[in-house]
Design a protein around this ligand. Sequence first.
Ligand SMILES: C[S@@+](CC[C@H](N)C(=O)[O-])C[C@H]1O[C@@H](n2cnc3c(N)ncnc32)[C@H](O)[C@@H]1O
Length: 444
Amino acid sequence: MPIPIQIKNIRLQNHPSARSQAVATVPITEASKIISVDAFAAVLIASEKGKRCDGCFQIKSEDRLLRKCTGCGSYWYCDSICQNMDWKAHHKKICKQYNKFTSSNAFHSLASHEKLESLLLDHLLSQVSSITGRVDEEMSPLGIFMSLLPGPTVPNRDVLSVCGFEPPIQPDTVPLLYSRFGNNNFAIHSHLTTIGHGIFPLASRLFNHSCIPNAAARYIFSAGRPVRMEVIALRNISPDSEITIPYLDPALYQTRQQIFDLTYGFRCTCFSCHILETLGPIPAPPASSPELTSIEKTLRQFTQVESFLDGGLPVIPQTNIPLSMYCVFHENYITNLSETFSKASHEGHYNLALDSGTTLLALYLLIYPPNYPQTGIHLLELAKTAWNMTVGDSGMDYQTEQATKARVRVFLSLGRRILTVFGPEGDEDGPLREAETLQSLLDP
Ligand SMILES: C[S@@+](CC[C@H](N)C(=O)[O-])C[C@H]1O[C@@H](n2cnc3c(N)ncnc32)[C@H](O)[C@@H]1O
């Protein structure tokens, strides 16, 4: 059956297990924008409420004070443009019931992710009810949403039926809508920190997941507009190659397959998952420090992280990983290592920070594909740490200072390159701006 979606430079073709896949019809160059789509529905996470505009998601500042909705007092906006946009899209349907619902026992009994889902579903249902009659239009956001594959579990309607209103859509449409909800909402981030969740039907319809993706989503906030998702090519994509995005952090080596099963209803068969399956369960890292130090040495040697720091970032194949260092993929190890790095860096223990940060970089080279934004942000953090070391130690001798500054330069240039590929996203001041500032301090 032909697939009735036409997007510039992309063709949807049949896929044996994922129904369809998006493939490039022309060469797509690294850093280019593959698609740009507005959120069909979006909601801020609880900790961001009152700090950002509920309409466009821009952050409050001295120049952008927020005004409260006078009806519920629980939604905040930059100005009347954002407020009108939100009112028409969904808020007029929920304003009156919002406080009653969010203070109800039913709402309080939900886990925090369920609360967020319930509010997002609420926005979605309100949105849907404002555009009744367009369900059958194939290219409308709702038409595309309804054409998505259902997830493995249907959300509990009692839990997720929010604000007590029933959308005025045909009753048989409601279960279809619910069953497509859980597996099609995206975490919206600013500088890779989640600030909300949103529904982007066209992006859902097009892109399958890979743990070694060649594209990734970034989010743009602009006044008077809904949040926009842009899917960016992380590397050159040749014609007829599939375009894939990560549905979750590929570093979740132990839990990702379970999340695919439970939330999306598929088994990932990418190369990284294939290797994981071949190697079997990941052992816990050793408790003893000398043993762990030796494993970390093997990891750094295997990725040649120290020697490449003078050149460019290598692509390390996940093949032939020495079995002795397999435990570095344990999620506890990754979490502990990144905590050690950021704590040591903040507390001024720079030698420890650079040591653990370099080991973490070696691990990221194995886990993430080229130009993955997390690697770029980590390189910037390493550059800032090395820079703080040079300015924080007034007794540093000239040679050590020059050697440390040389490390700052390398980390910064590698990090900037990756961050430029992904491009700016979210709030105005971000890692790219920080990288420019650090560059101007280094080379005044
Ligand atoms: C957001 S949709 C992606 C578009 C989907 N291929 C379609 O035809 O509508 C997500 C669903 O696609 C399928 N899918 C996505 N990535 C997959 C993968 N790597 N392997 C198998 N199925 C996948 C799963 O059924 C998943 O719930």
